[in-house]
Design a protein around this ligand. Structure first.
Ligand SMILES: [Zn+2]
Length: 189
């Protein structure tokens, strides 16, 4: 692929909004024309090993890394970063360098954490993006548009002060609308 002007497309949304499926769709267009595509995912996300897998059943091979410093591109290519909210703040400079060098960059991630607050580097990446796809899910309680990620621990909504990233706990996540999103202990605004 000829070196072009770098471009950043962020695919954001809550749990179960179809971010990985959309990423795979976007990347498949590059595969058609023979662009070199590399997908990175953080090792915090141990689901599916080295695969980026969508609920549609589509999947792509991914490189599993422990920090943003391990993300690199030799020459001009298409670089995709899955679950960007798990990465350290260094990801912003990594993405800027990739763009400067003419890479096409895609990043998926949760724009809000389980409390409904901006999540990690995602707000910054969205501010730097040339394109944003902000996806919605369906609220698992009332079937309205789901824009929030509900964390549930032992069958109850997780409290405000529970850890931001909690790996290996007996917790799970649901898409919820703002009305059905519950965060016990949330400070008044
Ligand atoms: Zn709802």
């Amino acid at each position: 692929m000829e070196c072009q002007v770098g471009r950043l497309h962020v695919i954001a949304g809550c749990m179960s909004s179809g971010k990985t499926g959309e990423l795979i769709r976007l990347l498949s267009r590059h595969a058609v024309v023979g662009d070199s595509v590399v997908v990175y995912k953080h090792n915090v996300d141990s689901r599916d090993g080295s695969k980026a897998r969508s609920r549609l059943g589509t999947e792509m091979e991914a490189r599993v890394v422990g920090s943003s410093a391990e993300i690199m591109a030799a020459g001009c290519r298409v670089v995709a970063i899955e679950e960007a909210q798990f990465f350290d703040e260094g990801l912003v400079d990594v993405v800027r360098r990739l763009l400067r060098d003419g890479n096409i960059v895609y990043a998926t991630g949760l724009n809000q954490d389980f409390r409904g607050e901006p999540f990690g580097v995602m707000p910054t990446l969205m501010a730097l993006a040339d394109d944003i796809s902000l996806l919605t899910a369906i609220c698992q309680k009332c079937h309205a548009a789901g824009t929030r990620t509900q964390r549930i621990v032992d069958g109850k909504p997780a409290p405000w002060d529970s850890p931001l990233i909690w790996v290996g706990g007996a917790d799970y996540y649901e898409a919820r609308c703002p009305d059905c999103h519950e965060v016990p202990g949330r400070p008044e605004v």
